[in-house]
Design a protein around this ligand. Structure first.
Ligand SMILES: C[S@@+](CC[C@H](N)C(=O)[O-])C[C@H]1O[C@@H](n2cnc3c(N)ncnc32)[C@H](O)[C@@H]1O
Length: 220
């Protein structure tokens, strides 16, 4: 654990904007962000795993290493993850390239777990990451994102553009600093799209309407 603290702190000194935290997430946040995930979720895509705080918790929830794809941009973290999770697929890549890669055949992913510092990224990059991740998510799948901010880190115009809604899962007050987890899902009328933005075969796509805003939706 002290090794993880040191790795994180060293990485943060070198690239504070990219790493986005001076220490790995704690147990309360790891439990919260993985709360809805189990062995039945199937393939799980984790973005920005760092030293693996959420990854360990995913394994405890019953997710098999073979079902895990870890996308990490920090080369030291990437090597550490390869050693710690030899059965998982660990990719050294920028999550903004998700849409231009072909990580899976089709969209089999049941959940995306993201530790990425979205608040430090441009709107264009956030769109690439979230849109790219959703291209692999099966219908009913969800994207889990934590934030240290007071609001959902994916702003309302981006949610509208991608046809998504965000719901606060809960807050991890015990995390240092306290954090919140949001669940992003497709809006009901928004059906599966392919990565180039065209409707998937058989998809019944209606224009994105302004949906009534549920009280628990992201207030951004
Ligand atoms: C706030 S840390 C979270 C680490 C870990 N999930 C945790 O909660 O302890 C953010 C992580 O995202 C990684 N990261 C930042 N930008 C990235 C990008 N564009 N693509 C992939 N990983 C990225 C960083 O290297 C770092 O490991």
């Amino acid at each position: 654990m002290s090794h993880d603290l040191l790795s994180f702190f060293t990485a943060w000194i070198a690239a504070p904007g990219r790493v986005g935290a001076i220490a790995p997430s704690g147990a309360a946040l790891a439990e919260l962000i993985t709360r809805d995930i189990s062995a039945d979720t199937g393939p799980v895509l984790e973005l920005g795993p760092g030293t693996g705080a959420f990854t360990y918790q995913l394994l405890k929830r019953g997710v098999r290493q073979q079902d895990l794809t870890l996308i990490e941009y920090g080369s030291d973290f990437m090597r550490l993850l390869q050693l710690r999770f030899p059965g998982a697929r660990v990719l050294w890549m920028d999550a903004a390239r998700l849409a231009s890669e072909r990580l899976y055949d089709g969209a089999p992913v049941g959940a995306v777990v993201s530790g990425l510092p979205l608040l430090n990224m441009s709107p264009r990059k956030v769109i690439s990451i979230v849109g790219g991740a959703f291209s692999y998510l099966r219908p009913g799948g969800a994207f889990y994102q934590f934030t240290y901010g007071m609001r959902c880190p994916v702003p309302r115009p981006i949610l509208d553009r991608l046809g998504l809604r965000a719901t606060l899962v809960d807050r991890a007050i015990l995390n240092v600093p306290p954090a919140a987890v949001y669940r992003l899902t497709r809006r009901p009328q928004y059906k599966l799209m392919t990565r180039d933005g065209t409707p998937a075969a058989g998809a019944n796509v209606s224009p994105i309407k302004k949906e009534r805003r549920a009280s628990e939706d992201c207030a951004v």
